[in-house]
Design a protein around this ligand. Structure first.
Ligand code: SF4
Length: 185
């Protein structure tokens, strides 16, 4: 399938994202993406507990310099968000439910975009959990064409990316938002 030109591609991506159910989308200006060692340091601190345990995550996903090079090969993209409603700040179930919905939606979006733009780079929220036990580091990834790294794994500070592209990172009291992006050539 022929890749549409930039405005058409963005319109197509937005339409797809809205159909899939994302509450919020915006064009992503690639020049705003600045991978930071400090974000990697947060990964290494082990908050998500999968640093060094998945092919999708650092250090396996490549150095900050390598991730920067990959990002610079792209011209444009789209940011997508799932915004969930919480009963209160302790609503862990609501957070988990929203995260699950977001990951499912983003899998669908990435799969569909890869059909007409196979060289795109989807960056999701959280590490790849496709397999219960990752093959890292002993064997190659089982699904290298489906595996996705997170924005954080690429050293991106998601709140900063949202702000620079004109989309809220925080949608107000009683909400939680998960953000991902797809970069296109
Ligand atoms: S697809 Fe499986 S093997 Fe590959 S990174 Fe994800 S969990 Fe690991």
């Amino acid at each position: 399938m022929q890749i549409p030109n930039l405005p058409l591609l963005y319109m197509e991506l937005t339409k797809l994202a809205r159909e899939i159910g994302f509450e919020s989308t915006c064009i992503l200006h690639v020049e705003t993406l600045k991978p930071l060692h400090e974000v990697r340091d947060m990964c290494a601190a082990g908050r998500c507990r999968i640093y060094g345990k998945r092919w999708s995550c650092p250090p396996a996903c490549g150095s900050i310099e390598r991730c920067t090079q990959r990002i610079e090969a792209y011209q444009s993209g789209i940011l997508v968000q799932t915004v969930g409603q919480l009963e209160d700040v302790f609503d862990a179930e609501g957070i988990a439910r929203t995260e699950k919905t977001h990951k499912k939606r983003f899998e669908t979006l990435a799969r569909q975009v890869r059909c007409f733009c196979p060289d795109c780079l989807p960056l999701t929220a959280g590490g790849c959990m496709r397999c219960a036990v990752c093959t890292y580091p002993k064997k190659p990834c089982r699904f290298p064409k489906k595996m996705m790294s997170s924005m954080e794994a690429y050293g991106l500070l998601v709140s900063d990316v949202c702000e620079k592209n004109g989309i809220p990172y925080y949608h107000g009291e009683g909400t939680i938002a998960f953000t991902s992006c797809i970069l296109t050539p």
